[in-house]
Ligand binder design. Sequence first.
Ligand SMILES: [Zn+2]
Ligand SMILES: [Zn+2]
Length: 653
Amino acid sequence: MLSIRRPSRAVFGRPAGPFSPVIPAGPPLMPGTRPGSAASPVSDVPITLLKISKMAKKKEKEKEKTEAGRRGAAPGRTDKKTKAPAGKAGTAAPEIRDRSRKVRIIPLGGLGEIGKNMTLFETDRDMVIIDCGVGFPDEDLLGIDLVIPDFSYLREHGDKLRGVVLTHGHEDHIGGIPYLLKEFNVPVYGTALTIGIIEAKLREHKLPFRPRLTTVRAGDRVQLGEFEAEFIHVNHSIADACAIALSTPAGIIVHSGDFKLDVSPIEGPMMDLVRFGELGRKGVKLLMCESTNSERPGFTPSEKSVGGVLENVFSLYPEKRIVVATFSSNVHRVMQIIGVSVRHGRRVAITGRSMQTVISAAIELGYMKPPADSIIDVADVKKYAPGQVTLITTGSQGEPMSGLYRMAFSDHAQVSLGASDVVVFSSSAIPGNEKLIGRIINELTRNGIKVIYDSNFSGIHASGHACSEEIKLLIQLCRPDFYMPVHGEYRHLGANRELALFTGIPADRIVTADIGSVVELGRRSAVITGTVPAGRTLIDGLGVGDVGKAVLRDRKALAEEGMVIIFASVDLGARLVLNPPEVITKGFIYTPESEGLIKEVQEIVSCELGDAVVSRRKADLETVRERVRRAVSKMLVQRTGRNPMVIPFIADL
Ligand SMILES: [Zn+2]
Ligand SMILES: [Zn+2]
């Protein structure tokens, strides 16, 4: 007969769970500590929304009063901080004083989209945030660098914000932190690598105050007002990733973050299944689980399996220089590439700024210990025979400024690629990047360079996200009362919902929300009760949120139709047109072959200007400009079928 033994803690390597220290929360945000609160752009919020949220605030206050009365407290008590947090050190479940207490869960990003993950959890007194990421712009957002969540709701309710809890260091989870901190000086909690990456990021952003960053370890708990956040170790494509178990007045909420189950991780323990099971036994009210790979059957392969495949590639091409593109944040992958290279007698050079930043942070924090002398400078690559070097580079998503892109299009200062190179994409395409990646693969292939990627060499990449069996496993371990698929486009959320149904969660206990939905979680219910402003704030260079629809429309017009610039001068006082007008076009027509058309433009401009200066009513410059613009636009549409942006510069001398 089989005897069943429960695996000991040590097997799973989790730092002591229930006895781990509770990290005291940083001081709550004092009114007025919010930098820029004086100039907080509340006026950006449409008036109606302001009204609604003011009404909601009033209602909330009334509710607070009645609740305080019910509890026997003096009504109208103003000092919020004297209301002691409900959570007790050492217990995961908070002491519930009022069974009717509800928690509002408000996703501000990551639902119906890939990226910019951010979720607010709010009671009447306190608020915490899990993750604050960036999204990457679609093709219709011309020139936009980044997209962050809309913070409007926070601007109204930010005084309750007790802290931000981070699951891991990927951009779609932490990229928005500098922008958040610029407005709200709140404490931030994350594991060492996550905080390390943020520190590097904040060096570029130069905040006017010292950010309050606290490093935690898996197993630690942080008290944040009425909430207590526990960090639980998971496997993912970046080291030091965690799920969060949030103890709230409504019960325990488990947020998976990004995760996969890796039974043979490169470094560190397997995902802490035991802890999820313990929480499930205790009672999980709500499980919020990521959906990225919910459409895929089975289990995600272990990261270690990629090592074997890389080993094959290196054995196949001993004489060639091997250039590997991968995600810079995938420290374990980079470690494997370095390891395989060293075993094959190769030195490794690293190119691409984010790759260099992350690798030096990882080495500094002790996540990576490459053998001495194994890393060489990119400038020295030429000194080695092709078979003696590996290059690790950014550009696995086809990014136009990345190391690989510049090498592929012969624009890299130190490295040019040729027939003695093999290029390996140890990555998969983030949805939307397929075209960019295709462009690089085509260019390399055209130049006779062998390219290896996931569809022609299986196993060259392993995802960092849970496939359907892993998602079902997490559901079964947590056995939640309610379930909410998060992180993914609607198709992913839908597939995740079906997995939950399959495990036996009733349909009416699965919440399918959208960004901006207010999900109210009580002891016995989880329902969407309203919405708050949510969407995207566009970042272009140094500007945050200053690029609106009008600017994007102009960029689209410029990109698709080009522009025509007209320089002319008049003397309105003397009623004279000075000098013939000059016409310059950009992205519209090939000027040397369109002399006739340009001449016509000049004639129309002269004609309009002539009319304007001799007309009886004295024309102002603005009106003249507008007349010229319209006349030229109309003629160009008629003659060419195109509608370029026409910009007249008319000076009154
Ligand atoms: Zn991630
Ligand atoms: Zn993610």
